[in-house]
Design a protein around this ligand. Structure first.
Ligand SMILES: Nc1ncnc2c1ncn2[C@@H]1O[C@H](COP(=O)(O)OP(=O)(O)OP(=O)(O)O)[C@@H](O)[C@H]1O
Ligand SMILES: [Mg+2]
Length: 211
């Protein structure tokens, strides 16, 4: 089984639906240690992606990822727009002409994307950011490639790792973004961006595995 362009398009639609549903929850998380706009940002961003989708959906996976990144970049203010925008634009590099990806191709696409987030935001492990969700998920994906797992079970393992990663941000003290201004008071709350990244990984797994 491969990850097809149809999977990617369905994933973007699933993200949009999920961020509409989870807008208030994400905004509540961001209210605790931020400025109460993360849910709004993600919903606005993915609404824009869906609006723009007809202009780039005929392109290969790379074109779809790039179009998504541009839509997010132009519609989300604050820190997460450039970060998620860069994620998708960088994820377009290795997938420029691809109509489908094997698991190694998916890993490469996501690794490039996360490298883009790090290039922009300079996050390090345990800084309490979205990267604390992506890094364990990438690790699980890498292990799945080594084990020659199929994409479905790889994504299940990635969701499990991402769930743990997002949960682990609760006990972290923020060292990046607005939450870092709170110092020790940022401890005890789950990071909003780590949670939106978890929703994205869950949505991809749901598209591939059903449910
Ligand atoms: N330097 C960074 N690297 C990676 N992720 C970051 C960084 N700074 C912030 N984030 C993520 O962005 C999320 C906040 O996104 P949001 O949409 O609320 O933008 P914002 O309110 O402008 O952010 P900020 O908290 O930086 O002011 C945080 O929960 C965190 O996961
Ligand atoms: Mg915010």
């Amino acid at each position: 089984m491969t990850l097809t362009k149809k999977h990617i398009l369905d994933w973007l639609k699933a993200c949009a639906a999920e961020f509409e549903t989870q807008q208030d929850y994400l905004t509540d998380l961001d209210r605790e240690i931020g400025d109460a706009d993360h849910g709004l940002n993600m919903n606005r961003g993915f609404t824009k992606v869906i609006e723009k989708l007809p202009t780039f959906e005929a392109q290969p996976i790379g074109g779809v990822m790039k179009g998504t990144g541009m839509a997010l970049m132009s519609s989300i203010g604050g820190a997460s727009g450039p970060l998620y925008g860069t994620f998708f634009i960088r994820a377009a590099t290795s997938t420029a002409n691809a109509q489908e990806l094997d698991l190694a191709g998916l890993l490469k696409m996501l690794e490039d994307g996360v490298a883009g987030i790090v290039m922009r935001g300079k996050a390090e492990p345990s800084d309490k950011t979205m990267c604390d969700t992506w890094w364990p998920a990438l690790e699980a994906c890498k292990n799945a490639v080594e084990d020659r797992a199929d994409i479905g079970s790889a994504l299940t393992a990635m969701v499990e790792a991402a769930e743990k990663g997002a949960k682990a941000t609760i006990s972290m003290q923020a060292r990046k973004g607005r939450a870092s201004y709170l110092g020790e008071r940022s401890v005890g709350h789950q990071d909003a961006g780590a949670t939106s990244s978890l929703f994205m990984i869950k949505a991809l797994s749901a598209v591939v595995n059903g449910g």
